[in-house]
Design a protein around this ligand. Structure first.
Ligand code: ACO
Length: 369
């Protein structure tokens, strides 16, 4: 028996939350193409859709917004805990520790949508509180009149965000709410499968998301765009990288062997504002040139932009600092993780795969020459 390294090709769960079709470049949330979700939904509506499997009516939507807003306020214990963390602790480790401390509130088995809402509300507040206090700024209290994404930007920067900025970030956050059986979602489901609580599952997921092979921030794309901007010559920079065998950041994907549907949806949204922002224009022009050059240097490989490329363009355009990229991804993915934990709890079997022993044989173990 051979191990399926990285569980490649192994089907670990059945889910009705999302479907990732890498061959055809299709991502469905609850059966609906992501581009359609983007047209209909705000962050709150899309989250409701993933948790409940249906769209909210007006009353349900209002209730969800109220619940999210109610749970945005951090407790004094939570603030004290964050204040006591080492100043050089990175934001993902802060999030992991702070979310873990939420376990003092009632999160006992079985997980509920109410618990999922509370955690989703808390994460942006934790990020904003840590960011502001670390930089010597007064923390900003949440504003119940703002949407989830507007309020996140407001708590981070202390002023009402531009509508274009909030819209662009909301598009990114909707697109990254959920993405099948990725490593952090799997980690959340494994933890939940022991009938441990949602906070423990979320803590496992954050620790998993932190690794550069998973939640790796799109900062490489920022570096690429900065380099191009400084050189003022897109083709020259890209050709130099491809000739020297460097990968172009923000292009290619392990699962999608055609267009990444999230990149397409984000690009479509960005096109509405690109004319107003030189960074978005630069990103669009870089994509056009890179796709052309990738065909020349890597013929037949079908390399296109992935979601990280446009995420970077958005973060740069709204002037979000690179240390916030992965935490912001986490703030949206909390919805997907919690939806999976709820699904796991509905029909639970503990995860317990086999391993193949490849150590010394009984006859030689412990014997020395
Ligand atoms: N730039 C240049 N060449 C590339 C790129 C790229 N971005 N991506 C793949 N290639 C090349 C490979 O070198 C390979 O060439 P070869 O056949 O001559 O050896 C060929 O295209 C095929 O590569 P794949 O097998 O498709 O790549 P793989 O699945 O191993 O890797 C990955 C996918 C890691 C995403 C890769 O495309 C990459 O490193 N891209 C840049 C980093 C990046 O943008 N990461 C974010 C991914 S999105 C996300 O994680 C949410």
């Amino acid at each position: 028996m051979n191990a399926a390294k990285g569980l490649k090709g192994v089907v670990a769960v059945e889910t009705s939350i999302s479907s990732v079709d890498g061959k055809n470049g299709i991502l469905l949330y609850r059966g609906l193409e992501i581009s359609e979700v983007m047209k209909i939904a705000s962050f709150e509506k899309a989250a409701y859709f993933l948790w409940y499997g249906k769209w909210p009516d007006d009353h349900e939507f209002c209730t969800l917004k109220n619940e999210l807003s109610e749970h945005r306020m951090l407790s004094s214990e939570m603030k004290k805990l964050i204040d006591g963390l080492p100043k050089n602790m990175d934001m993902m480790s802060v999030l992991r520790t702070a979310v873990s401390s939420e376990g003092t509130v009632d999160y006992s088995w079985k997980p509920t949508i109410g618990q999922a809402i509370r955690l989703t509300a808390q994460v942006p507040s934790i990020i904003a509180y840590r960011k502001r206090t670390l930089e010597g700024n007064a923390p900003v209290s949440p504003d119940p009149d703002l949407s989830h994404v507007e309020n996140y930007l407001y708590m981070l920067y202390g002023s009402l965000p531009l509508k274009a900025h909030a819209d662009a970030l909301e598009a990114y956050m909707i697109l990254t709410l959920e993405h099948g059986m990725n490593a952090s979602t799997f980690a959340a489901r494994v933890t939940a499968s022991t009938e441990s609580d949602l906070v423990s599952a979320a803590t496992s997921a954050i620790g998993t998301m932190k690794g550069p092979l998973h939640g790796g921030a799109p900062s490489g794309v920022i570096d690429l765009l900065n380099e191009i901007s400084e050189a003022n010559d897109i083709e020259k920079v890209l050709r130099h990288k491809l000739t020297s065998g460097e990968k172009l950041m923000g292009f290619g994907h392990r699962v999608y062997k055609t267009h990444d549907p999230r990149a397409l949806a984000l690009k479509e949204r960005l096109l509405q504002t690109a004319g107003e922002d030189p960074w978005l224009d630069l990103a669009l022009e870089t994509e056009r040139m890179a796709v052309e050059l990738l065909k020349e240097y890597k013929p037949g490989r079908s390399l296109y932009t992935n979601v990280e490329f446009y995420a970077a363009a958005i973060m740069k355009a709204i002037q979000m600092e690179p240390d916030l990229f992965t935490p912001t991804f986490t703030a949206s993915r909390m919805v997907g993780w919690s939806a999976h934990v709820l699904e796991q709890a509905e029909d639970n079997t503990i995860f317990r795969p086999e391993s193949v022993y490849v150590g010394p044989d009984r006859s030689v173990a412990g014997k020395t020459n």
